[in-house]
Design a protein around this ligand. Structure first.
Ligand code: ZN
Length: 409
């Protein structure tokens, strides 16, 4: 693998496919200090694609950790309005938002989980307007990743420093198809393949999905006239973008009151700078009524108890076990990758695009159609090679959707 060539292709893929930057657009990049060379490469390619201004918002893990350790409690209940206004202005003006993930997966271990929860709540409220643009895909947004040393050393515990970073870069290149000669072309084909699955599931209109696996016996009802999505989306101007690179999932939102049974996690979840591992959640009439976790129970509790809506599901996503990320046999400890190696569910807000005409409905109308609302939306991984899923058709007959972790449709 020629490293510089792969890095260049990844920056190209970010600008051409993830964001699909158009002449005259503003781009906002939120990134850590870990990979400044890569960020500069993305900025250069964005200007070459015609971007008007590229704003880079730099963050630093150590500065974040210092705040969580030392700032007064009230700091976490506040979110700077100017920051919310800035990203909202970019979205409203037709600009694009890029998050480059590189955070240490348990950066905030040992800090009070209540601080993380208050921050998430304050951020959720302050960013409500911005989320209207991004959750509905009216504004372009995308998440990609670049290694930090701390993250890379957790994914490759046998390697140190630059060697770990290099190994994580190579894993990212493979997961994003940047080890191939023409990633932009490969993603065109990939988006089309996902769209075929979406079309197939939309035609079926299953009223329920029945999941079974060791530790999991779960029924998830889907709303009437639900719409599956996957691959790229179109923004308000009609330009296609990929909100996640990589992405391997097709997804829908469950009916708020229609989840019954229990489900167990199959991969660790890094949430709010803490790892939650080996957890099981029990649902009755859609609501979480019980949960346990071998590790990170307090963090899971803060997540589930964020608001009323965080007691319900907002997403059900299908990813075959036989996918490039899953086949790497790596646990990335980062949801962007791990969710794309595994069937997953999300706690919290549903997608308004998950039912016909949902984009033009008010929050009340979405609720009437069974879609959940919450300040949060957090994916967790439940898939494995032992998972079977049946789809229940309108007349009650069952059809295999997944067998032994892979598509059976
Ligand atoms: Zn998902």
């Amino acid at each position: 693998m020629n490293f510089d060539q792969c890095l260049d292709r990844y920056a190209e893929l970010t600008v051409k496919v993830a964001l699909n930057v158009q002449p005259g657009e503003t781009v906002w990049i939120n990134t850590s200090l870990s990979q400044p060379e890569f960020v500069r490469l993305v900025v250069k390619k964005a200007y070459e694609a015609g971007a008007k201004t590229v704003h880079v918002e730099w963050t630093d893990d150590e500065v974040t950790r210092l705040r969580y350790k030392l700032a007064p409690q009230e700091s976490f209940g506040e979110y700077p309005q100017w920051r919310a206004d800035a990203v909202t202005e970019v979205a409203a003006g037709g600009g694009a938002y890029l998050l480059i993930e590189s955070r240490d997966p348990d950066l905030l271990a040992g800090t009070d989980p209540a601080r993380g929860a208050s921050f998430q709540r304050a951020a959720g409220a302050a960013l409500a307007k911005w989320r209207e643009y991004t959750y509905t895909d009216r504004a372009t947004w995308s998440i990609i990743a670049a290694p930090s040393v701390a993250w890379a050393e957790k994914v490759f515990p046998e390697l140190k420093g630059d060697e770990a970073v290099r190994a994580l870069w190579e894993a990212i290149f493979r997961a994003t198809r940047c080890d191939q000669p023409d990633p932009v072309g490969a993603w065109k084909t990939h988006n089309e393949t996902l769209q075929k699955r979406v079309d197939q599931l939309n035609a079926k209109q299953f009223k329920k999905l029945h999941y079974s696996a060791p530790g999991t016996k779960l029924t998830v009802a889907l709303p009437e006239k639900h719409v599956w999505s996957g691959g790229n989306s179109a923004n308000a101007k009609g330009n296609a973008f990929n909100a996640n690179v990589p992405t391997e999932e097709v997804f829908v939102s469950p009916h708020r009151e229609g989840t019954e049974g229990y489900v167990s996690s199959t991969k660790p979840l890094s949430y709010s700078g803490n790892l939650i591992e080996n957890f099981t959640i029990t649902f009755e009439k859609g609501r979480i009524v019980d949960f346990k976790a071998e590790k990170g129970y307090d963090t899971l509790k803060e997540l589930i108890e964020m608001d009323e809506g965080s007691h319900y599901l907002g997403e059900a996503a299908l990813v075959p076990h036989d996918s490039p990320i899953s086949n790497s046999n790596l646990i990335f400890l980062n949801t962007l990758f791990d969710e794309n190696a595994s069937n997953h569910l999300a706690i919290g807000r549903a997608f308004s695009s998950a039912i016909e005409g949902g984009e033009n409905m008010s929050q009340e109308e979405l609720a009437q159609h069974g879609l959940n609302n919450s300040l949060t939306h957090v994916d967790f991984m439940i898939g494995s090679a032992e998972m079977d899923i049946d789809g229940e058709l309108a007349d009650g007959t069952l059809e295999p959707v997944f067998r032994a972790g892979n598509w059976a449709l």
